[in-house]
Design a binder for this molecule. Structure first.
Ligand SMILES: *Cc1c(COP(=O)(O)O)cnc(C)c1O
Length: 398
């Protein structure tokens, strides 16, 4: 059994995939070839954003937006305490300081805490909200917010954008797990933020066969800047060797674009299938005592179900449970075992484990189950039964 079954997907699209790859081998334009532009147009249309720019990875997409916004030392960027490392890494790499905020019951940035964090930051007062030591030793200027659609579930954009507007901050949506989801009547990556970044890492809902990512925005000036920055700050395609700003090699390569075009043909269907699998998880796991299932997404939002993550009962031994499931051929994952504030890379910020109690609790209890469009009912039933039995053996949930 696979945690994510990419083979079943490949079998489904094999002829188109091979034709797309053969096209690239024939024309040989491996960098910024025609497939990149075609993909960008289709992705922009898919979510309803004006501009899409293919990038080398989801991390590069985050970097490019923050670089375009000119963030640097003395700036603060507020973000969630629970995400993949890249979210906060991108902030720190510009020289700006990440300021962490606890999560809500959807595992996403808590908008009420965000407002409190901004007040604490403005006053330099960590008694109001935990702050990095840099914000107490000297003043940091809040510049931006990064909200994450963790596990594919939309963050609370109405509230987050209202806070951002009150404080004059930009908002970047880290939709690495969220492309394909919805928030209200808008698609993620086009739900009102200044920019969004997604990832095509193979395990994401829309993944390529290597690294890839994209930036989405309605802001033409930002799109032009990211276009330049991803190509070493060149003026434009006609002036390749005239570099007017410091950029990077942040491009999506043509072969990955070709692979994504083949996958995009079935992506909407796959999202429906993911929703069916998630609904089945909900029905099956409702009978497992002691589990906390994902809260329904922000009404009327829609998750991509990048992960199906449950919370184990407080007394459960997660490592032993995962080992027992693994012995029975059932893979699981822990997303994520550490809050960002507890990563060694951020030790210099001086946070304590209990600064974000909700995130701390989730990191101790969260367990992600197999989740992909090709998961069949019989397999899900077997996993649910194994999980129930393993918990019962630990004396949980009777
Ligand atoms: C995967 C991921 C990233 C980074 O994407 P890469 O393509 O691996 O660089 C950033 N943020 C989140 C929330 C992610 O899940």
């Amino acid at each position: 059994m696979q945690f994510i079954d990419l083979d079943a997907q490949q079998a489904r699209i094999r002829p188109v995939l091979e034709r797309r790859i053969a096209d690239v081998l024939r024309h040989g334009r491996y960098i910024m070839g025609p497939e990149v532009r075609e993909l960008e147009e289709r992705l922009a249309a898919f979510c309803g954003a004006r501009h899409c720019l293919g990038c080398a990875s989801g991390s590069a997409a985050l970097d490019l937006v923050l670089l375009a916004w000119g963030l640097g030392p003395g700036d603060a960027v507020l973000t969630t305490a629970l995400s993949f490392i890249a979210t906060a890494e991108s902030i720190a790499r510009t020289g700006a300081t990440p300021v962490f905020v606890d999560i809500d019951r959807h595992f996403n940035l808590n908008a009420a805490s965000l407002e409190t964090a901004l007040t604490a930051l403005e006053k330099g007062d960590p008694s109001l909200h935990p702050l990095p030591r840099q914000a107490v030793e000297g003043r940091l200027r809040p510049r931006a917010i990064i909200a994450v659609d963790l596990f594919g579930r939309p963050a609370d954009y109405a509230e987050i954008l209202a806070v951002a507007r009150r404080h004059g901050l930009k908002v970047l949506e880290d939709a690495a797990q969220g492309f394909g989801g919805r928030y209200g009547d808008r698609a993620l990556c086009a739900c009102g933020c200044d920019a969004a970044a997604t990832s095509f890492f193979p395990a994401k809902p829309l993944g390529c066969y290597g690294d890839g990512g994209a930036v989405f925005t309605d802001d033409a000036a930002l799109a032009a800047l990211v276009d330049s920055l991803r190509y070493h700050g060149r003026i434009d395609a006609d002036h390749k060797n005239e570099n007017v700003r410091l950029g990077m090699n942040g491009r999506l390569d043509t072969l990955q674009a070709a692979i994504l075009l083949a996958k995009l043909d079935i992506f909407a269907q796959e999202l429906d299938e993911r929703r069916d699998v998630a609904a089945r998880w909900g029905r099956l796991l409702a009978h497992v005592p002691g589990l906390t299932l994902p809260a329904p997404p922000q009404a009327p939002g829609r998750s991509t179900w990048a992960q199906y993550s449950v919370l184990l009962p407080t007394g459960a031994d997660r490592a032993a449970l995962a080992a027992e499931l693994a012995a029975g051929g059932i893979p699981t994952a822990v997303n994520y075992p550490n809050g960002l504030h507890m990563q060694k890379a951020f030790a210099g910020l001086g946070y304590a484990p209990g600064d974000f109690p909700v995130a701390l609790d989730v990191t101790a209890r969260v367990l992600s189950l197999p989740m992909h469009p090709y998961l069949d009912a019989a397999t899900q039933e077997r996993i649910a039964e194994s999980l129930r039995a393993a918990l019962a053996r630990q004396g949980q949930g009777e």
